[in-house]
Write a protein of this length. Structure first.
Length: 157
């Protein structure tokens, strides 16, 4: 970092470069995942534009989360940052990505329905063309009409 500080570059170049590199790596990972999924039989049902839109949403959330990580990394010491890593796992696990939230206890369902991962999963399932029936308790993030919802359909929220 001392070398970067001595160079005539903008202070924002390092975090922008880091997040751009993270986004590029994520795009390669998503492409590999999609190719392997196609090989094992996965198919998107709403066409190429909607499928690319879903992958774009995944990459957009990844980019936003990388900026959150950059901010946290610049705000704390390396030892503190290492201890914060386990806090990320509940965010992905407490969502509708693995199980529908209808079978969860009310307090856990509330957290899962308002989780940004649940909203991403709902939008991607809609864009891929395989949503599930809208639950009666659909929280705002899963019940909003985006990208375009069919009447009475949502993705396992």
């Amino acid at each position: 970092m001392d070398r970067f500080r001595s160079m005539p570059i903008a202070r924002s170049a390092v975090p922008f470069g880091r997040t751009a590199a993270d986004l590029l790596g994520a795009a390669v990972g998503v492409a590999i995942m999609a190719l392997i999924a196609l090989l094992v039989g996965w198919r998107a049902h709403n066409g190429l534009a909607a499928t690319l839109g879903a992958f774009g949403l995944v990459l957009l959330l990844r980019y936003a989360v990388s900026w959150i990580g950059t901010w946290v990394g610049l705000s704390v010491t390396p030892q503190t940052a290492d201890s914060l890593v386990p806090l990320v796992f509940p965010v992905t696990m407490i969502s509708n990505s693995f199980v529908p939230t209808t079978g969860m206890p009310a307090w856990l369902r509330l957290i899962a329905d308002w989780n940004p991962i649940s909203a991403l999963v709902a939008a991607c399932r809609e864009l891929f063309g395989n949503p599930t029936v809208l639950a009666a308790h659909a929280a705002f993030p899963c019940g909003i009409p985006w990208p375009r919802r069919s009447a009475g359909r949502c993705s396992s929220c």
